[in-house]
Ligand binder design. Structure first.
Ligand code: TYC
Length: 101
């Protein structure tokens, strides 16, 4: 007997993807990390323009925390590790956290 549903249709249904779950990487304010260092981190780790990096840094400075970027879990984890490592080497207490988006 012929397969009346056809392979192509079944294949499309089976491979339909759900949206990947995303996570916010949040920068936390502190009294010791310099504004310049935070801007550098936002440009180098989160690929922000100088203007956007300045805007996010000031938001964190004035509000206590702010979103640096939104990524899949493993990318978000790596960003946090990179921020923590850069901050440790520069001897700043800057911290980043992950929140569900
Ligand atoms: N509050 C810091 C200062 O006045 C600047 C700063 C901004 C620190 C953002 C951390 O995530 C931060 N030097």
């Amino acid at each position: 007997m012929k397969d009346q549903t056809g392979g192509a249709v079944k294949e499309r249904v089976k491979t339909q993807q759900k949206e990947p779950t995303l996570f916010k990487v949040v920068l936390l304010n502190d009294d010791y990390t310099t504004m310049e260092f935070v801007i550098q981190v936002l440009e180098s780790v989160f690929q922000k323009s100088p203007a956007e990096a300045y805007r996010i840094m000031m938001h964190v400075h004035q509000n206590g925390s702010g979103i640096a970027g939104i990524y899949p879990w493993e990318v978000a984890e790596t960003k946090v590790e990179t921020v923590t490592s850069l901050a440790r080497h520069a001897q700043f207490p800057l911290r980043a956290a992950i929140e569900e988006a």
